[in-house]
Design a protein. Structure first.
Lengths: 479, 457
């Protein structure tokens, strides 16, 4: 559907000719995010200030055109894709750190600030922003707020919502509103807590006040190598049982290790079944004692080798191996599909066996990378999207993995969001009454549904509908 | 009640069983909120029963207030209408506890101490060192939104409640979140239930993340002359690498009973401001933390440090319990007390403390290191004259706390008489319109704890 020329004219008048993209060749870049979903917006706009966002919302509302917020498009569930066309509002030009208040350990940022840029900006103060998605060098804090993003270190430090104090938002009505407060416990319902993770369906965020976390005095990163996956998962269980909460506890299986090593050269052994990447931090004495305890547990569960990173460079290399696992998988097949299921961590061994069986059933290569400490799985299914049958099998295998997670008492998404990828799976987790209430909660903020339509909540009742998925992207960017 | 009492009682008896419904005057009087008694008390045993009772109440326009151990019904405004007390204490089961997953799922009526007992068997706990913890239930603790000194390191319920099941004002069973520690599926409606005083739904299940119990802990008390040095000490700790479990600043004005302080191992005399710091870990960590705390305290203006002591182990435990329970101790000591919760940025705490000095009623203050202050005004009696002065001072605290950027006050507890003239929530916030709309989604006929929350919700 071509864009209403009046609307386009008004947008250009508001933002200048360079603030609006509408030629098909320009829009192609905005069809994608980090997921396998695709849909083309009618135009992309680039506001520079809150007042411009308010005007954009008013124009879209007046013309009854869908509006979708977007950071850098690293999302993994289609959250920033214009499923039903309309206007994408990119926050690329609203990327200013508004205020750093070191003494109160707070920062106020515009939504387009890149996650790791904030941590870099406060490093000299001995502080950082704790949520650290693997895409942290590219993803924006506005996007983190929308998706309630996690990351490896959320095991000890919590996800985005645990670090967001206050938001300035624009409602579809064009009304500007502040939720929460930089001071703790503002009276009233916790609208900030509700808003974080609403995936752009409640309002557009124009300013965010976050907590900054004091850098730990000491960090120890351990690499433990196992010849059996069960040994690795049992190690994770015993670390928890001993009362240790590592800052991070990540697992990669043998296939993924080989893919990563070939690409990143992180020093992972090629002939093992699994590795654990475990980080402990805190006071020097805490980090040292916990590192020793963790190493003991690994040895007890037949770790072939336990290596402690000697310095920051070695540590960075180990983390580079982990954070580039998706990119490495992308080199081995035309496409891949990453799942984001969650299970209670004690169910890890059973779930990995389950995934192995699904892999065999469909003859698909599935690599396993996951946040073992909190039971958040990221199986990577490799496929060739030119092969229709394989594509359909991939989607089915992904769904079966998710169904398995739910049977284990888990969830369909731990940190990637529901978006347009898992909305049809929501009825597996929530009753019609739950979903209906969620729909009415969304309507409080977004009564006409113009903001990010077709996300989170399934369109039809039940999950019996045949889902026709758009053609996937070629090896999407790394997660 | 706007329907015939007999009809209501017989219907409730059908829904919950005859022995779990009462309108006995002596019994219903124990469910009073600000002097208002319900017409009847009903004690459901299951989520299904709660749903049926709420459906019935919605049809008959009966106002419901869910209750637990009834320790915090004084929080908030009096209900506009109060027909049924929904006593949740029969729903007191641990539904699931998976120590290996660090997750716990409970019914709302379970007492916190019962949870603590079960978790301790696996060397785990919930960081809810809240007022009335010897009696309080999980549901009441969550619904009232009270916080704990342990928030310094563990956060509040907002950070470790993983999901909930609840019954809406239409009697519909709904849920959000889940039972895993990481989950972003759907809108986190349970976040709204925390601190909502039962105005949005009746909580029927709460899923928590549990935590490993620290192996050992110690407590030190540093006492300073004047609030500035005490706050500086707090700032010093925040800038250091130390990760204490709690940092609480305590002081009191003239006329406050010294006993209240002695039980917290602090002195309330002569403008003494004490900082009670608890920390956990293995011996080397404890030794170093103590040493560095002492160094920080001494590093303040030499003349302002009065003393620095480490408490003996059993005393430390009692002191920490007492501090966590302090609002309860104050209310027991002085039932006419007015207790404020003031939120401000940590760096504005010293200014707030200095302002408190001018208050003309005996006062006691407890400031949590993260920027939450409990300020109690202790009138000598409940006479008309005393209440008049109390009211004036309360109005002064509302305006004084709002002087700091982002400062806000809520009057958590106060004599009912004051609530006729003061709104304990202060002025509604800028996002209040959204809260009103949410209230009408969750409770369209306005029967859940009507009027108790901010802005008459």
């Amino acid at each position: 559907m071509p864009m209403d020329s009046r609307l386009l004219h008004d947008l250009k008048k508001l933002l200048g000719p360079r603030g609006v993209l509408h030629e098909p060749e320009d829009l192609m870049l905005y069809e994608y995010d980090g997921s396998v979903e695709v849909a083309r917006p009618d135009c992309v706009v680039f506001p520079r200030a809150t007042a411009e966002v308010v005007e954009i919302v008013r124009l879209a509302s007046r013309h009854k055109v869908p509006l979708v917020g977007r950071g850098t498009g690293t999302g993994l569930s289609g959250g920033a894709i214009a499923r039903h066309g309309g206007i994408i509002t990119s926050f690329a030009r609203m990327n200013r750190i508004v205020e750093i208040d070191a003494e109160n350990q707070r920062a106020t940022v515009q939504p387009g600030v890149v996650n790791s840029d904030l941590s870099v900006a406060v490093e000299h103060l001995g502080l950082h922003f704790a949520p650290d998605p693997s895409s942290q060098k590219a993803c924006t804090i506005g996007g983190n707020v929308s998706e309630n993003s996690g990351g490896p270190h959320t095991l000890a430090y919590g996800v985005t919502v645990n670090h967001v104090l206050s938001l300035e938002i624009v409602l579809p009505s064009g009304e500007l509103m502040r939720l929460g407060s930089p001071a703790l416990d503002p009276p009233g319902y916790d609208l900030t807590g509700l808003f974080v993770g609403s995936e752009g369906t409640f309002g557009l965020v124009t300013e965010i006040t976050v907590k900054l976390t004091r850098n730990p005095e000491a960090v120890k990163t351990l690499l433990a190598v196992f010849d059996s996956v069960d040994d690795a998962t049992e190690t994770v269980a015993e670390i928890t049982a001993r009362g240790i909460t590592p800052a991070a506890c990540e697992m990669l299986d043998g296939w993924t290790i080989r893919a990563v090593e070939d690409y990143v050269h992180a020093g992972f052994p090629l002939d093992c079944a699994a590795i654990l990447l475990i980080e402990v931090d805190g006071l020097r004495e805490v980090a040292e004692a916990e590192a020793k305890d963790v190493a003991d547990v690994c040895a007890l569960h037949h770790a072939r080798e336990v290596r402690v990173a000697r310095d920051a460079r070695e540590r960075d290399l180990l983390w580079k191996g982990r954070k580039n696992a998706f990119g490495a998988a992308g080199r081995l097949a035309p496409s891949y599909y990453t799942q984001d299921g969650v299970i209670p961590r004690t169910k890890l061994p059973a779930t990995l066996r389950g995934i192995g069986e699904i892999s065999k059933k469909y003859g698909l290569q599935i690599g396993n990378v996951f946040h073992a400490g909190d039971g958040n799985l990221h199986p990577i299914i490799l496929f060739d999207e030119r092969n229709e049958q394989q594509f359909r099998d991939t989607i089915r295998a992904g769904d079966e993995i998710i169904e398995f997670c739910i049977q284990m008492g888990g969830s369909i998404t731990g940190e990637h969001g529901v978006g347009m990828e898992k909305d049809r799976l929501m009825p597996l987790l929530f009753s019609e009454a739950d979903l209906d209430l969620m729909r009415r909660v969304r309507d409080v903020f977004n009564p006409t549904g113009m903001l990010n339509p077709g996300k989170i909540l399934p369109i039809s009742k039940g999950c019996g509908e045949i889902y026709v998925r758009p053609r996937p992207a070629l090896a999407p960017p790394s997660a | 009640m706007n329907v015939s009492n007999a009809m209501v009682l017989s219907r409730l008896a059908e829904l919950a069983g005859p022995s779990h419904v009462t309108n006995d005057p002596a019994e219903i009087a124990t469910y009073q909120i600000d002097g208002k008694s319900p017409a009847a008390v009903v004690r459901p045993a299951s989520s299904e029963e709660v749903a049926e009772i709420v459906k019935f109440a919605a049809a008959e326009k009966l106002a419901i207030v869910p209750t637990g151990a009834r320790t915090k019904l004084g929080i908030g405004m009096p209900p506009r209408q109060f027909d049924l007390a929904l006593d949740m204490t029969r729903m007191d089961r641990i539904v699931a506890y998976d120590p290996g997953d660090l997750t716990l799922s409970v019914e709302p009526g379970i007492p916190l101490h019962k949870i603590a007992g079960t978790l301790a068997e696996h060397r785990q706990f919930l960081p809810l060192a809240v007022p009335f913890m010897d009696r309080a239930t999980a549901g009441g603790t969550i619904a009232s939104g009270v916080d704990s000194p342990l928030r310094q390191i563990y956060g509040t319920a907002r950070d470790f409640v993983l999901g909930m099941e609840f019954i809406t004002g239409e009697g519909i069973a709904a849920k959000s979140g889940g039972r895993v520690v990481k989950n972003v599926a759907g809108y986190d409606m349970h976040k709204l239930m925390i601190g909502a005083l039962g105005t949005l739904g009746v909580i029927t299940k709460v899923n928590f993340r549990t935590f490993p119990l620290p192996r050992a802990a110690r407590t030190c008390v540093a006492t300073f002359r004047g609030p500035t040095a005490a706050c500086e000490f707090r700032h010093g700790i925040a800038r250091s690498a130390l990760r204490p479990q709690s940092v609480e600043i305590l002081a009191a004005g003239a006329g406050c009973d010294p006993l209240l302080g002695r039980r917290a191992a602090v002195s309330f005399e002569d403008d003494r401001w004490s900082v009670v710091v608890s920390f956990a870990g293995d011996e080397p960590v404890l030794d170093r933390t103590r040493r560095e705390l002492q160094g920080l305290a001494r590093g303040m203006n030499q003349n302002s440090l009065e003393s620095f002591t480490e408490l003996r182990a059993n005393l430390a435990e009692n002191v920490n319990r007492y501090i966590a329970d302090l609002p309860a101790a104050i209310l027991e000591y002085s039932p006419a007390a007015a207790i404020f919760k003031v939120s401000a940025l940590p760096m504005d705490m010293a200014g707030l403390a200095a302002d408190i000095h001018g208050i003309e009623v005996p006062w006691l203050v407890m400031m949590r290191g993260l920027g939450v202050t409990y300020l109690a005004l202790l009138p000598p009696d409940r006479s008309e004259g005393s209440l008049r002065v109390l009211k004036q001072e309360c109005a002064r605290i509302f305006s004084l706390s709002e002087r700091a950027p982002w400062g806000r006050s809520v009057l958590l507890w106060c004599p009912s008489e004051l609530k006729r003239e003061i709104n304990v929530w202060g002025a509604p916030s800028g996002d209040f319109a959204q809260m009103q709309k949410l209230k009408s989604v969750f409770d369209p006929s306005g029967i859940l704890s009507p009027g108790r929350f901010m802005g008459g919700l």
